[in-house]
Design a protein around this ligand. Structure first.
Ligand SMILES: C[S@@+](CC[C@H](N)C(=O)[O-])C[C@H]1O[C@@H](n2cnc3c(N)ncnc32)[C@H](O)[C@@H]1O
Length: 148
């Protein structure tokens, strides 16, 4: 297994977990900056052409894990791998953000849900290839239907 090493850190308006919008219908519209370390800046070549990026990052302020948990958007238990819980065996997260602009090694993005100072492990262009009609949203769709 590799030892992970941050390629940069997130500058986010959120300083504590309680500030991040949660629950059904929560919208992630906050702006943030992906501050990439200078030694990795050449790796950003041609990134400007992509509207959205997948940011892979570490839940560095999460401790331990639970295989079954009740997410904020439901009152039923689900398996950790059927949720986006921060308490997972390997504390790895992925967030799709909108790339607004690049300033050198700083990527200004919209849609962050990370806390300020979160380590970034990787960035990849978002390439959606799954047609809407093929997507199933599992228990989340059921929770949304119960709410409406
Ligand atoms: C439900 S997780 C989803 C994260 C990511 N979009 C995903 O799907 O993997 C988002 C929550 O993680 C928590 N969080 C954000 N940054 C964190 C960090 N650096 N360490 C631990 N928890 C964090 C916040 O409470 C936020 O509401």
């Amino acid at each position: 297994m590799f030892t992970s090493k941050p390629i940069g850190f997130v500058s986010s308006p959120y300083k504590s977990a309680g500030e991040v919008p949660k629950g059904l219908g929560a919208k992630h519209v906050a702006e943030g900056v992906l501050k990439i370390l200078p030694e990795f800046e050449p790796g950003l070549k041609d990134i400007e052409g992509f509207s959205h990026l997948m940011v892979i990052w570490e839940f560095d302020r999460s401790q331990g894990f639970e295989l079954l948990g009740t997410p904020p958007c439901d009152n039923r238990q689900h398996g950790v791998f059927a949720t986006r819980s921060p308490r997972r065996p390997n504390p790895i997260a992925v967030t799709t953000v909108e790339l607004r602009r690049r300033e050198g090694s700083n990527l200004h993005v919209g849609g962050v849900d990370m806390l300020d100072g979160t380590p970034i492990l990787d960035i990849k262009p978002y390439l959606s290839s799954i047609p809407e009609e093929k997507l199933r949203r599992g228990w989340l769709a059921e929770a949304e239907a119960r709410k409406s």
